[in-house]
Design a protein around this ligand. Structure first.
Ligand SMILES: Cc1cc2nc3c(=O)[nH]c(=O)nc-3n(C[C@H](O)[C@H](O)[C@H](O)COP(=O)(O)OP(=O)(O)OC[C@H]3O[C@@H](n4cnc5c(N)ncnc54)[C@H](O)[C@@H]3O)c2cc1C
Ligand SMILES: NC(=O)c1ccc[n+]([C@@H]2O[C@H](COP(=O)([O-])OP(=O)(O)OC[C@H]3O[C@@H](n4cnc5c(N)ncnc54)[C@H](OP(=O)(O)O)[C@@H]3O)[C@@H](O)[C@H]2O)c1
Length: 420
């Protein structure tokens, strides 16, 4: 096996612990990685899951606020092959979702290798294998060698923190929404929430509920929809209508219904984009806000809507309309990004923004055993369908080959691991 690697890498190859994985390596133990692992388990394919954090679903466990609930009904958020427990509510809380994921991992005997952050992964043309290098918190390095690589590091791997003029001189507390837990600590404080996506809206609502005074920055247009229309989930209604009607018509109907429930959101400073919410989601990946109470607070003036930021100064923010606000703290609800370009040495399948280049539904499979799960901007249900496809694809090859010959895959170097 050593001969398979290029001579130039020879020293590098022997300087770290090297592990042959008899099956795919899955990078990331969030819902996408777990779903893929579970489907592979069902196909009888062994795998290894590498996770940089010390737990599964680290986004949900460590980087979300306390009041978070799923915004979509549970049937759209469950992973393949194991539904939510019967007694869980229509919109499970963050804790209930984490409990579900923990029991999912246990059910399918998924034991990720925690504290292993993938630093680089590249395809070795000579051997036809992937070389995945990790570093652990003890700084020890390991190289995993495998035939299939499944990228499951998520659309929200890193926080986006915009470089806004004067922010360094602001002097008060500045945090990203991923660090925000609850409004308890902000009681009586004036807080600028930058961004009006689902995070910005919900953080603003939470601040209000804890007697803080939030001002929310809305720099461009946004679609706000009610979470439910006549007791039925708006998302579910849209999915139903899309079975019979074209997307543009569904968009029109959803907007009319939203108008009946919410009124004219533009009158509160929330201008709607010219493109409909579903079309915008499909073409640009921009998620509409599902309102769970923030709009009521905007209407009552408890949440102040303000335009874009010009600059910060000590204890103050100046807005693009020239208005100046005294503020105590800033919460940057400015979104997230993929981290794939920082570690995957490949440019054919993934683009520079860390998402597969091929549009949905083609972005799940690359060349040379490379796969992506959870990058379709279709939330948990999108991740589940990717996972099923990937496991079937790998499973077919695996079954053919193991049928042909009882594999005598030899451990190439020092250790041989896999999970079966
Ligand atoms: C506040 C918030 C609420 C959300 N609510 C919903 C919702 O209600 N419904 C919905 O459908 N979607 C929701 N989403 C979208 C969310 O991204 C998905 O629900 C889901 O978490 C995606 O799962 P994932 O496994 O693809 O990514 P993640 O959950 O982000 O998991 C990726 C994992 O990969 C690990 N990782 C990253 N880089 C490396 C590396 N280099 N090496 C090793 N491991 C690595 C991370 O630590 C993480 O554990 C929400 C997102 C946010 C931020
Ligand atoms: N319970 C739930 O289901 C739930 C809760 C929270 C989040 N989520 C999901 O998590 C994902 C991330 O949501 P998110 O709300 O964190 O991020 P997001 O949807 O990407 O929204 C980011 C917001 O920040 C704004 N922004 C970015 N840079 C800015 C700047 N320099 N100045 C002013 N505004 C700026 C954006 O404005 P522009 O539009 O102008 O760029 C946008 O309003 C989404 O998929 C979302 O649906 C789900």
């Amino acid at each position: 096996m050593e001969n398979l690697f290029q001579l130039g890498d020879h020293e590098d190859f022997f300087s770290r612990r090297c592990i042959w994985v008899n099956g795919p390596v899955i990078v990331g133990a969030g819902p996408s990685g777990l779903a893929t692992a579970a489907c592979l388990r069902e196909q009888g394919v062994p795998f290894v899951v590498l996770e940089r954090a010390d737990c599964i679903a680290s986004l949900w466990q460590k980087r979300t606020y306390d009041r978070l609930k799923l915004h979509l009904p549970k049937q759209f958020c469950q992973l393949p092959k194991l539904p939510f427990p019967e007694d869980s509510p229509e919109y499970p809380t963050k804790r209930q979702f984490i409990d579900y994921l923990e029991s999912y991992a246990k059910h399918f005997e998924i034991n990720p290798k925690f504290n292993e952050c993938v630093q680089s992964a590249r395809y070795d043309e000579t051997s036809g294998l992937w070389r995945v290098k990790t570093v652990s918190i003890t700084r020890s390095e390991v190289e995993y060698i495998c035939r299939w690589l499944v990228v499951a590091t998520g659309e929200n791997a890193e926080c986006v923190t915009p470089d806004i003029q004067g922010l360094a001189d602001f002097g008060g507390q500045v945090m990203h929404a991923c660090q925000y837990k609850s409004g308890e600590k902000f009681k009586g404080k004036k807080v600028l929430v930058v961004g009006c996506g689902n995070s910005g809206m919900e953080v603003s609502l939470d601040l209000c509920n804890h007697n803080a005074s939030p001002a929310m920055v809305v720099r461009s247009a946004v679609h706000v929809l009610p979470r439910e229309i006549c007791g039925k989930s708006t998302f579910e209604l849209a999915v139903l209508m899309m079975k019979w009607l074209p997307l543009w018509l569904v968009d029109k109907l959803i907007l009319i219904m939203a108008w009946f429930v919410l009124g004219n959101t533009e009158s509160y400073g929330l201008k709607r984009p010219s493109m409909g919410p579903l079309q915008l989601k499909n073409s640009m990946g921009k998620t509409p806000v599902l309102d769970i109470g923030a709009l009521e607070k905007i209407r009552s003036g408890d949440i102040q809507v303000v335009p874009g930021i010009k600059r910060f100064s000590y204890g103050q923010v100046e807005l693009v309309n020239g208005q100046k606000l005294d503020i105590d703290s800033v919460v940057l609800a400015t979104g997230y990004r993929s981290n794939v370009p920082s570690w995957l040495q490949e440019s054919e399948f993934f683009s520079k923004n860390g998402f597969p280049k091929a549009p949905f539904p083609h972005g799940w499979r690359g060349k040379a055993g490379l796969y992506a799960v959870g990058f379709t901007k279709r939330g948990l249900s999108g991740a589940s369908s990717d996972a099923i496809r990937i496991a079937e694809d790998i499973g077919n090859v695996w079954k053919q080959e193991t049928k042909q010959k009882k594999t005598t895959t030899r451990a190439c170097h020092r250790r041989c691991i896999s999970q079966l």
